[in-house]
Design a binder for this molecule. Sequence first.
Ligand SMILES: Cc1cc2nc3c(=O)[nH]c(=O)nc-3n(C[C@H](O)[C@H](O)[C@H](O)COP(=O)(O)OP(=O)(O)OC[C@H]3O[C@@H](n4cnc5c(N)ncnc54)[C@H](O)[C@@H]3O)c2cc1C
Length: 341
Amino acid sequence: MREIQSRMDNTHGAVWVIAEQIDCRILTVSLQLIGQARILADELETSVEVVLLGDKLNGQTQQLFAVGVDRIYLGNDPDLVFYQPEIYTEIIVKLAKERQPEIMLVGSTSMGRELAPLVAATLETGLTAHCIDLVLDENKILEQRVPAYGGLLSIICPERRPQMATVAKGVFPMPELDKSRTGEIVPLDIPRDIPRRIRTLEVVHQEPQGVPLESASIVVAGGAGAGDLQGWHVIAGLAKALNAALGSTRPAVDEGWIGLETMIGQSGQMVSPELYIGVGLSGELQHMVGITGAQVMVAVNNDPKSPVFEQVDYGIVDDCRGFVPVLIERIKEYQENLVAG
Ligand SMILES: Cc1cc2nc3c(=O)[nH]c(=O)nc-3n(C[C@H](O)[C@H](O)[C@H](O)COP(=O)(O)OP(=O)(O)OC[C@H]3O[C@@H](n4cnc5c(N)ncnc54)[C@H](O)[C@@H]3O)c2cc1C
């Protein structure tokens, strides 16, 4: 109904971003999504609106206006200080029913991965997870692009609204700041009568181990070819020898060799190092979209026909469990010679 109405009067609902904050700091992915929302909204001739839930967030609103937001729906309440799935869903769904956004974008974070499907299911609309691009087609329908079948697939949601997508940090660039921009703040009433079966009591911050992936100049990524945890430690040793960040593919995470936060790709992190070394991985697009910003790429794989070799600058055909320990030895010798002078 709403889509037909939209087309008749040629107006579109707003482009929404569900912003995320931790300790009152807006996450980078939310700011990057606002930048893309601004581009889409300008094309649709509509506004960019943000839902921001938490407590004591009045100090964050100017930053949101400066990156392109026109209106902020602000929920400031001690009950919202941590993400609470049921209450966050209730607030966003109620507001979306009232305000009828055209598009709703959510970060592919721990919160977003849970919240976006909850909201989409309650609103009975579609959701595309882990998009790597968002554009409008000739009918101003959102093309939600994901890697699939060795290429890019455009998913559309022509009938239902809002059109919903999650996107990881680093897919879109940071928007430019315009500190002169202002906008409207709409304070939200926080409902008290929502049954809460799940309650977040505390958030414990885990210190990242080793070199952080997002700022690393060298990334060593390991894949299923490591074979087992012992093989994985060999690859981790290469990262250590090079003072590099250690990344992974999905199978390495699924095997429990390393945490999800190290996964590179469509549903993980985007990295842009000067040097990327992929060890024992096949070069599947879902992983490779995460390293498009790398300057020099190297792969180690024991299968000369592996597709990864078509995508990298230098390829080494060898068993990683034999080759990598030798490489580590050579690196150490080189480093010692440098120190010796
Ligand atoms: C919606 C969706 C999202 C996804 N998102 C991501 C994502 O964000 N990141 C991600 O990584 N994956 C993601 N995946 C999974 C992705 O499609 C691939 O399955 C995954 O990247 C493959 O990992 P791999 O290369 O380690 O394993 P494989 O494809 O199994 O490749 C292992 C490679 O190791 C080589 N090998 C084996 N033994 C050795 C040895 N001894 N020495 C050297 N080489 C060896 C083999 O020749 C092979 O090429 C996603 C999938 C879907 C459907």
